[in-house]
Design a protein around this ligand. Structure first.
Ligand code: GTP
Ligand code: MG
Length: 283
């Protein structure tokens, strides 16, 4: 059978469930997911092969960034546009439980200007009854003439087959862009760093998790097969250290344990994770 290839960008507001969808499509965690906003900060690729098809999914930072004037978001915006540019199909993911029709219309109208095929996924249908959702979809459809849409639950892996099958006809005959066993453009160190950032998003409030960097210092498989990882949490402001440590170090303990558990799950082996907080100026 001839090999076929299709590139798709996952686009949508923050929290729509893009990363959850990507991970559950691939069957492994390649992009962290969290209920906090702007979880995805980089251009992450997940690769799904089945039969002679290779689907390349680009996970992107939330679409709402496009309106933001914050200069720090420039990089994020760029990575969103790169993904859209590169893909043949835009998969527009919507949190069905939180639809704001006026925003949605604007976003869709803007995307339509790009003249790319747009496939709409109404996600999180586990949280909303059809009786409530269908009239909303109908209303959007009347105004915007939705080309094609599917209802899914990224979290519970519901509805994947239908849209994956639908997409087949758009795949073009081509050499595959990734090897059979390569599932992401990011390496193991990236995802383990991301696990700690995700843990910080979970346990710390407000701006801190968005103003830190995780740097890997050590990553090695021990003789007994365990994985030993050391990471530095690089902070920009000295005062963050106390907050991250928490009372008697309880916060950092939770952060470390949660991250370690996640890494354990991803690699399916025992992990020893060590964290150190370092000030940006090296102190
Ligand atoms: N109940 C339910 N929750 C979901 C579903 N999909 C995603 N979520 C939850 O929604 C939250 C956000 O998911 P993410 O996958 O991080 O969302 P995202 O679109 O990647 O967000 P950003 O990276 O911030 O743009 C997480 O807490 C997920 O568990 C779903 O189908 N059902
Ligand atoms: Mg994400």
């Amino acid at each position: 059978m001839k090999k076929k290839l299709l590139r798709l960008s996952l686009v949508g507001r923050t929290n729509a469930g893009k990363s959850t969808l990507l991970n559950n499509l691939i069957g492994e965690i390649v992009s962290i997911q969290n209920k906090k906003i702007n979880t995805t900060q980089e251009f992450i690729i997940g690769v799904k092969n089945y039969n002679n098809y290779q689907y390349i999914f680009y996970d992107t930072p939330g679409l709402n960034l496009l309106k933001s004037k914050d200069k720090n978001n420039k990089f994020l915006k760029q990575s969103l546009w790169n993904a859209i540019d590169d893909s043949e199909i835009i998969i527009f993911v919507i949190d069905s439980k939180n639809i704001r029709i006026s925003y949605l219309k604007n976003e869709l109208l803007n995307l339509k200007k790009l003249n790319k095929k747009i496939l709409i996924l109404f996600n999180k249908v586990d949280l909303i009854s059809k009786k409530i959702l269908l009239p909303i979809i109908k209303k959007i459809d009347i105004d915007l003439k939705l080309d094609v849409y599917f209802t899914i639950s990224a979290k519970f892996k519901y509805g994947f087959e239908d849209f994956l099958n639908y997409l087949k006809k758009y795949a073009k005959e081509s050499k595959w862009a990734f090897n059979q066993n390569q599932i992401s453009n990011k390496d193991d160190i990236f995802i383990t760093n991301e696990c700690t950032r995700n843990s910080m998003l979970t346990f710390l409030h407000k701006e801190i998790p968005y103003n830190i960097k995780i740097k890997n210092i050590y990553f090695n498989y021990l003789k007994n097969g365990d994985l030993k990882i050391k990471q530095n949490i690089i902070i920009k402001e000295k005062r963050y250290k106390k907050i991250i440590l928490g009372k008697r170090g309880e916060k950092i303990k939770k952060i470390r344990e949660f991250s370690q558990k996640q890494i354990n799950k991803i690699f399916d082996l025992k992990v020893h994770l060590y964290l150190e907080i370092i000030n940006d100026n090296g102190k």
